[in-house]
Design a protein around this ligand. Structure first.
Ligand code: FEO
Length: 407
């Protein structure tokens, strides 16, 4: 039998641990496993449940609930996030706690049927910022925090106890049975790694959420993964601010970065001419990088700082070489809003690589204003001048020149 753990006055931890998981959501390594956090609040009038757990762990979750209340005591279920690691036990919980009303964000409603099957719709209520639940001497303020990291995510705040239920925000894939930030081992690496892979593509939404949170005194952060934060909330909130805020070190200048790979220096010569074209605009900063010598973390930092991104590659066996795919694939961890992209490359026979890269940039929602520059084998002087013009024009567009995005 598993018991709920009291974490604060009438608040209990009813989450579960998954210490042996080593890969999460395909893209994340989880050396320390993870937890699926969920919470239970006892009030004078009944019980409120905050989130559920991954389906495979349902039994432990229900045992924990049963250790502190009866299902008929449960009056409300608040779902901050519907990803299956948190909604896996929702359908069963709703069938056991038949009278409980489920609070979700408006964006969550259309997703719910696919996630929680036959949940009765009359038991659902949509909530958003400025709505609140007053119940049993407690006040829960609902906070709309979309895209962190699904469209339907939300947070809530328990006023009387100054507890923030933050959803995936401030989470980390890090299991430690001691539960709290001040008791567990050093999980800073996991906290940053989680931010980089889950929150980083949504920095603007992170800042919007932080501005909502800052209206409240926060004594404890009950997140959905990893250590509950009760001692150093300022440290973790400040870290999110820092990581989500653009640096001012460039004094307002926009950056255009060129990434290339080259077999016989032909694509590199194109890259150099494009670089010179961009550099002709004094209000831009141009960078140029050989992709074969960059690792992913550095790629991400450069991509993040760049408003314009140009990728150059030869075609090898009808395809784009691996270092370029690695660059293109790590772009899923990037906020693409307002970024421009373009492509170029030298080829021997058919030159498919440039078109593949161009399509990928468009699919990623970059603004791609110019046709790609393709050169057969060794670029001529005229072709290098065309590359210069391409770089100059691309820089002008990054710098605000209006063009039709017809390509
Ligand atoms: Fe922890 Fe986005 O699920």
């Amino acid at each position: 039998m598993n018991d709920a753990i009291k974490i604060n006055k009438n608040l209990y931890y009813i989450g579960v641990s998954d210490p042996d998981i080593r890969t999460f959501d395909i893209i994340m390594k989880t050396a320390n496993g993870t937890t699926y956090n969920a919470y239970l609040l006892k009030t004078d009038e009944g019980v409120i449940i905050f989130d559920t757990v991954k389906k495979e762990f349902s039994q432990e979750f229900f045992e924990k609930i049963e250790s502190v209340c009866k299902y008929e005591d449960i009056k409300y279920i608040i779902m901050h996030h519907l990803e299956p690691d948190h909604s896996g036990a929702l359908a069963e919980l709703a069938s056991k706690a038949k009278d409980a009303k489920v609070f979700i964000s408006p964006q969550a409603r259309p997703m719910l049927k696919s996630i929680a099957g036959n949940l009765e719709l009359e038991n659902l209520e949509n909530v958003w910022t400025n709505k609140e639940l007053k119940f049993g001497g407690k006040t829960i303020k609902f906070l709309s925090t979309p895209n962190l990291h699904w469209p339907e995510t939300m947070s809530s705040y328990l006023s009387e106890d100054q507890v923030l239920f933050s959803g995936d925000v401030f989470g980390s894939h890090y299991f430690d049975a001691r539960l709290f930030d001040d008791l567990v081992g050093d999980f800073d690496y996991a906290f940053k790694y989680y931010y980089d892979h889950i929150m980083r593509p949504f920095k603007t939404d992170v800042l919007n959420a932080l501005r909502l949170y800052e209206k409240y005194d926060i004594d404890m952060i009950c997140n959905l993964h990893g250590p509950i934060i009760r001692k150093n909330s300022k440290k973790y909130i400040d870290a999110y601010y820092k990581w989500s805020t653009k640096e001012e070190r460039l004094h307002g200048k926009k950056v255009v970065s060129i990434f290339y790979v080259t077999s016989y220096k032909n694509t590199k010569d194109m890259a150099d001419s494009i670089y010179n074209g961009i550099e002709a605009n004094e209000s831009l900063i141009a960078n140029i990088y050989d992709l074969t010598a960059l690792d992913e973390q550095n790629m991400l930092s450069i991509l993040e700082e760049s408003t314009g991104i140009l990728i150059g590659s030869p075609t090898i066996n009808g395809d784009v070489p691996k270092p370029v795919w690695e660059l293109l694939s790590c772009m899923m961890l990037l906020e693409k809003k307002g970024k421009f992209g373009g492509c170029f490359g030298s080829y021997g026979w058919s030159g498919e690589a440039v078109d593949m890269m161009q399509s990928r940039l468009k699919a990623l929602k970059f603004r791609v204003p110019l046709a790609p520059q393709k050169v057969k084998l060794i670029p001529t002087k005229i072709e290098l001048l065309n590359c210069y013009d391409f770089g100059y024009e691309f820089g002008e567009i990054v710098n605000g020149k209006m063009v039709e995005m017809t390509l």
